[in-house]
Design a protein around this ligand. Structure first.
Ligand code: PIR
Ligand code: CA
Length: 316
């Protein structure tokens, strides 16, 4: 079954791979890309989203710019990971088109309200500001979406503090709104995405496709590898964001566990921590779950197939 999704992202090396996976898989209907200040400023990540689509010769999927800053706090970007542009280290084509004339938050609301109930999946791969704003502006979207599958958080593991993941730490108040709205939320957190490691063998396999898009992904991974070695002490970089899309293409790629999850907004040491209550069993009305185990071979197979499908540019 084809799933209609909105990607809400802050490209970002791994966000770029998530966009390509969504574009290159026939079971995903990418209705639009909304952007959010995160890895870099809104202006830069919006340019990057357009450039990644341009790279894939995709000129129709609308791109709508969302919020430049978190709900309450100042924006903290991640230049140490993604560079000054947010997509350092790759040859980006200059976008031939611009964003649509609608705010990202309104694009999210109008798309959900304008489609049949329970047919749209939200896929946030950056800070949750746009999603929280949409919930506050049009609360009916909570009942109307199919589900939210987000990259962020982790069960008691962090990358931006000892216990907080970047997307949650940048806008903890927005994350609090999203996790506490009673829609189905699947958290693809660090404990899951740290299993999505781009080893040299995985990268060679992608390069073997031999197309411009394959080369582009390999350049993305070269830069991401260096960042992760320098800043996080990893040998191979974890490719976080496409895990969300992979789960939607084939749920068997990720084993999930139900548990109540909330977000810390007050803690001095724990700000932005996603707190999962692992006391079993999860209550009957539990609407949150998190990714536990990744089938890495299947994940990289999906990435490979999507890149191969894009080819020299897709016929769409
Ligand atoms: C931020 C990211 C990745 C690595 C670090 N160290 C910081 C970005 C990715 O785009 C992903 O969405 C999420 N935020 C992982 O924390
Ligand atoms: Ca991201």
């Amino acid at each position: 079954m084809v799933k209609k999704i909105i990607l809400d992202s802050d490209p970002g090396h791994d966000d770029a791979v998530a966009i390509l996976l969504a574009l290159g898989n026939k079971n995903i209907d990418l209705l639009g890309v909304t952007t959010i200040g995160g890895n870099q400023t809104l202006h830069k990540v919006t340019y990057n989203a357009l450039a990644v689509l341009e790279q894939a010769h995709e000129y129709k999927v609308p791109v709508a710019a969302g919020c430049a800053k978190p709900l309450v706090r100042e924006l903290e970007t991640a230049p140490g990971i993604h560079g000054d542009t947010g997509l350092d280290g790759v040859d980006l084509p200059k976008p031939s088109r611009s964003v649509i004339d609608k705010h990202g938050v309104d694009f999210i609301i109008d798309t959900i309200m304008g489609n049949e109930p329970k047919t749209i999946t939200l896929v946030p791969t950056g800070p949750l500001t746009n999603i929280a704003m949409a919930v506050r502006k049009e609360p009916r979207i909570v009942d109307r979406v199919k589900e939210v599958v987000l990259m962020g958080g982790g069960v008691h593991v962090g990358n931006w503090s000892a216990v907080a993941e970047f997307n949650m730490k940048v806008d903890p108040e927005a994350a609090h709104v999203v996790f506490n709205a009673p829609w189905p939320v699947t958290m693809i957190g660090l404990d899951l995405t740290h299993q999505a490691l781009c080893t040299p063998a995985r990268q060679r396999d992608i390069e073997s496709i031999g197309t411009p898009t394959a080369k582009f992904v390999s350049q993305l991974m070269d830069f991401f590898r260096k960042s992760y070695e320098k800043n996080q002490g990893f040998v191979d970089p974890p490719v976080h964001d496409p895990c969300t899309v992979a789960y939607l293409i084939d749920p068997s790629v990720i084993t999930v566990r139900k548990a109540p999850i909330d977000v810390e907004t007050q803690g001095t040491l724990t700000l932005g921590m996603t707190v999962a209550d692992l006391r079993a069993p999860a209550p009957a009305d539990c609407h949150t779950q998190f990714g536990v185990k990744l089938d890495a071979d299947r994940f990289w197979q999906l990435i490979h197939e999507a890149i191969a499908n894009i080819g020299e540019g897709m016929d769409r």
